[in-house]
Ligand binder design. Structure first.
Ligand code: ZN
Length: 374
């Protein structure tokens, strides 16, 4: 390995100086429905960030969880009359296939929430002990007032976002409507595990905090997820991790990937405007889908347009043609430089097309385009 100093990779305007190792946590799927383009965008972008960081000689440990204990999943399974763990296993299988087709590397750790129940119980007990949380009727609530204050949101907006995320802001047992369950009491028909507070299950934010701290340690170098997770999920997940470890900040840098819109609204199951990845891949080149997701700013919201897929396919052909040309060796460093600059993929692609040869081959490789199915 070269001993030349490695310039930092800038992510979200934050120069991330990394020495020899980095820890990346990515909020993964709740496996209750087929993977849509919005999920694909998040995971393809985080995969690309990891590839770029690894290119700089840094050993990256990636943890991407599967939220297989969640009311959204339990409710979906109940609606179709299937055990929730069976639905989760089926959807996880389909997700894995979509990720493999898109060239997303398998994470180092892929914890399932149901195997991290004990760490959540330990976290809840520690937070009750330290006064960050309190118990009412078998549910342990994290005090949320400071989380809202730190988020910069007005209390009104915070309450609306909490309600959108299925948090019960009208729960009369709470001291404050912005408190969230670290651990929740379960009724007889809900998934449950024994705890010091009776039968219950982990809350969503505490699952991620427990998995991240258990597998990566008290803090992470980069934390990723969709932009819609910023509040409440990431805010409460960080607050939980920081309260239990005392280490701040929980994440040095955040990569919250811009949401995909379609037919005039955010792509979401609840809106019914989904473009499903298996459908897209049935008649499109996966490498072109990957390039369509990447050839833009990672942080900005965007609108999916099927014509964009044809454009990406054309661009991919030009990249491969450039890769076959003799080209100039100097372009390679410029491609790397563009990617260090907040993952400027359009900039890197422009350089690769101009320089051709090894610069284009390097761009195809570091962007994972040669790993996606063609
Ligand atoms: Zn999470």
């Amino acid at each position: 390995m070269s001993t030349a100093p490695t310039p930092p990779v800038v992510i979200g305007g934050r120069p991330l100086t990394l020495l020899s190792a980095a820890r990346v946590y990515v909020c993964g799927i709740t496996p209750y429905a087929v993977t849509h383009l919005g999920h694909a965008a998040t995971f393809v972008w985080l995969d690309t960030a990891v590839r770029v960081i690894r290119h700089h000689g840094v050993d990256v440990t990636v943890c991407r969880n599967i939220t297989d204990v969640d009311d959204v999943l339990t409710d979906a399974a109940a609606r179709i009359g299937q055990p929730y763990d069976e639905l989760a296993a089926m959807q996880t299988f389909s997700f894995d296939r979509a990720m493999r087709d898109l060239g997303v590397m398998r994470p180092t750790h892929e914890p399932r929430a149901h195997t991290y129940v004990d760490p959540v119980i330990r976290m809840a007990a520690a937070l009750v002990e330290s006064g960050h949380a309190y118990e009412r009727g078998g549910t342990v609530y994290l005090r949320g007032a400071e989380v809202v204050a730190a988020s910069g949101l007005t209390r009104e907006d915070a309450l609306a976002a909490l309600a959108d995320a299925h948090e019960r802001t009208d729960d009369p047992a709470k001291d404050d409507p912005v408190d969230v369950p670290v651990w929740r009491a379960s009724s007889a028909d809900e998934p449950s595990w024994p705890s010091p507070w009776g039968a219950g299950r982990p809350g969503w934010h505490s699952e991620c905090a427990a998995m991240a701290v258990s597998l990566l340690g008290a803090s992470v170098d980069l934390h990723g997820g969709g932009a819609d997770l910023t509040f409440p999920h990431h805010a409460y997940e960080s607050a939980l991790a920081e309260a239990v470890t005392g280490v701040r900040p929980f994440a040095r840098a955040w990569m919250r990937v811009g949401l995909v819109h379609h037919e005039g609204a955010k792509m979401a199951k609840s809106t019914g405007n989904l473009v499903l990845v298996p459908d897209l891949l049935a008649d499109h080149d996966a490498a072109a889908v990957r390039l369509m997701l990447l050839n833009r700013s990672w942080s900005r919201p965007w609108t999916f347009d099927p014509a964009g897929l044809d454009e990406a396919a054309g661009l991919l052909d030009r990249l491969y043609a450039a890769a076959g040309s003799p080209g100039s060796a100097a372009g390679r460093a410029e491609v790397a430089q563009a990617l260090r600059n907040d993952l400027d993929v359009p900039g890197a692609v422009d350089v690769a097309l101009d320089a051709g040869g090894s610069a284009a081959r390097f761009a195809l490789h570091v962007l994972g385009l040669d790993a996606a199915h063609r």
